[in-house]
Ligand binder design. Structure first.
Ligand code: ES4
Ligand code: ZN
Length: 315
């Protein structure tokens, strides 16, 4: 039996496996620039975050209908359950779909078709976290937040993802203030490729409760001390870091040292269809003791947004 755990850093579009991509392409009459699934998998050799993002956004062309988003999420939830996931907080990137003429309603209600049945079908409770693309403007992020207003009963929080360097958290100060006023939880990717200062800024300016990745905090001992003191959870993704060359090799991954430093680390899969494995594979990729594995699993539940959204917003 795999260890029960929560997954807190998972982009649903990053769970699009080549087989499903071709199935959806056929269903929707979309032509992909790859001969077959093998040819597509050959393209999964990334140099950095941007080279991955180019492929990731391109392949989303096959996602068009509510049913597509439901099939995508249901396939993820089945795989996650098989690797011990009992609770999943799922990121989605609405701007990438709105730009292709797919509406917010199609995305959210499509995902919800799968998420609403997840406890019964897979034994996995779920939350949705809407991410803003940080390489798009703050105005676009604010428009996206407003477009989500009719769907806020489905959405627990907001996040910030895509190309990090040159797009510091402060760019989204007003958007995060508005999200907080709407009762949304706040997280942000910070310190993946960007400097430790972006982590500090995400905490101080955006008021995030968790930091996604946060890997580069290890360059700043004062920041590490703060994160330990305030028990700020970090959602680490080891296979992602190696595939996108944030770290040179799994053997060099700082996660064991981060646990040693007292940081509240969690292990997650990020974009499992692209990075070579789901959450259990990420646990297995690192040299961890049984006790460390249990600590990571415990941390994942401590860091989860588990309380009831409606009760929290009413309080
Ligand atoms: C992402 Cl690995 C990663 N980093 C930043 N943004 C992303 N969106 C999807 N995967
Ligand atoms: Zn991510």
């Amino acid at each position: 039996m795999p260890l029960p755990k929560a997954e807190l850093h998972l982009h649903i579009e990053g769970t699009l496996e080549p087989e499903l991509a071709f199935e959806l392409a056929a269903r929707n009459g979309v032509t992909l620039p790859y001969a077959d699934t093998e040819d597509l998998r050959e393209a999964y050799r990334f140099d950095d975050l941007q080279s991955f993002l180019d492929l990731y956004y391109g392949l989303m062309a096959v996602l068009r209908t509510e049913r597509d988003f439901a099939d995508l999420a249901d396939a993820y939830l089945a795989r996650a359950a098989a690797q011990g996931v009992r609770h999943a907080e799922i990121f989605f990137d609405p701007q990438a779909h709105l730009a292709r003429g797919v509406s917010m309603g199609t995305v959210v209600e499509g995902l919800w078709r799968a998420l609403g049945d997840s406890e019964a079908r897979h034994g996995v409770s779920t939350r949705l976290i809407m991410c803003f693309l940080r390489d798009e403007s703050a105005e676009s992020a604010m428009d996206t937040l407003m477009a989500a207003k009719p769907h806020l009963d489905r959405i627990t929080g907001v996040g910030l993802d895509s190309a990090e360097v040159g797009h510091p958290p402060v760019k989204f100060r007003e958007v995060y203030e508005a999200a907080a006023a709407l009762g949304l939880r706040r997280v942000a990717h910070a310190g993946e490729e960007g400097p430790p200062e972006y982590i500090t800024e995400a905490l101080d300016v955006l008021g995030v409760e968790r930091v996604d990745h946060g890997l580069r905090c290890m360059e700043d001992p004062e920041l590490v001390a703060r994160l330990v003191r305030d028990r700020i959870p970090l959602t680490l993704c080891p296979l992602s870091n190696v595939r996108l060359r944030a770290v040179d090799a799994l053997a060099d991954h700082p996660l064991p040292a981060m646990l040693e430093a007292g940081l509240r680390c969690t292990v997650n899969s990020d974009d499992p269809a692209y990075f070579g494995g789901y959450i259990g594979d990420n646990f297995d990729a690192l040299p961890l003791t049984d006790e460390q594995q249990r600590e990571l699993a415990r941390n994942s539940f401590l860091a989860a947004f588990l309380e009831d959204d409606e009760e929290r917003r009413a309080a």
